[in-house]
Design a protein around this ligand. Structure first.
Ligand code: AMP
Length: 187
C-alpha cells in the first residue's frame, strides 16, 4: 500500500503519517523533514533551500524529486510508503508516477485531510508561539497556504481521475482522524 497524505500545511499530515508508520510499518517520506535535516546538517543543499523555505515558497521540483528518488532506491523492501508533503505540484505527481512504475509500484490511495483555513491559521499561530518555526510566522504561513491553493490543490483532480482520492474530516481529534484514515485505506 502506497499512499499520499494530502492536505494544506499544518493539516496534521506529519502526525498521522507517524502513527501509520508505527501501526503498519510503512515508511514515511516527508520532503519537508528531509529538507529540514539537510539544513540542520549544513549541507550545500540545506543552505540552498533555507531562504526559500523560510519565505514559505516551494523549493524546485528538481530538488524534491531527487530526494524522493533516493529514498525509494534506499527502501526497496518497504511494505508501503506514506508520502507526506510530496507531491506538491503536477510535475512532481507525474515524476512520482514514473518513479513508482520503474519500481513496479503505484499510488494506491490519496487520503485528503479537510481542514478549514481559519482553523489552520489558529493552529499555526499557536505552533509558532510554542515552537518558533520560522516558516510558521504569519506572513510565511500565508505564502505556504497560497502555494498550496495555487500549486498543490490542482493535484486533487489529477488523482480523482484515477479514482484514488478519499476525504477525511481533519478537524476532528487526532484519534478520530486516525480512525477515519484507517477506514479510508482499508476500504
Ligand atoms: P512541510 O514541512 O511539508 O510543510 O515543508 C516545509 C517547506 O519545505 C515547504 O514550505 C517548502 O518550502 C519545502 N517543501 C517541502 N516539500 C516540498 C515539495 N514537495 N515541493 C516543494 N517544496 C517543498
Amino acid at each position: 500500500m502506497n499512499l499520499i497524505l494530502f492536505g494544506p500545511p499544518a493539516a496534521g499530515k506529519g502526525t498521522q503519517a507517524k502513527r501509520l508508520t508505527a501501526e503498519r510499518g510503512y515508511i514515511q517520506l516527508s520532503t519537508g523533514d528531509m529538507l529540514r535535516a539537510a539544513r540542520k546538517s549544513g549541507s550545500e543543499l540545506g543552505n540552498k533551500v533555507a531562504a526559500i523555505m523560510d519565505s514559505g515558497s516551494l523549493v524546485s521540483d528538481e530538488i524534491v524529486i531527487a530526494l524522493i528518488e533516493d529514498a525509494l532506491a534506499q527502501n526497496k523492501q518497504a511494505p508501503g510508503f506514506i508520502f507526506d508533503g510530496f507531491p506538491r505540484t503536477v510535475a512532481q505527481a507525474e515524476a512520482l508516477d514514473a518513479m513508482l512504475t520503474r519500481h513496479g509500484k503505484q499510488i494506491d490511495r490519496v487520503v485528503r485531510l479537510d481542514v478549514d483555513s481559519q482553523k489552520l491559521l489558529d493552529r499555526v499561530a499557536k505552533r509558532f508561539a510554542d515552537e518558533g518555526r520560522a516558516d510558521d510566522n504569519p506572513d510565511s504561513f500565508k505564502v505556504r497556504l497560497n502555494a498550496y491553493l495555487a500549486q498543490t490543490a490542482p493535484l486533487v483532480p489529477y488523482y480523482e481521475k484515477q479514482g484514488k482520492v478519499r476525504s477525511v474530516d481533519g478537524m476532528a481529534g487526532i484519534e478520530d482522524v486516525a480512525s477515519s484514515i484507517s477506514r479510508a485505506i482499508d476500504a
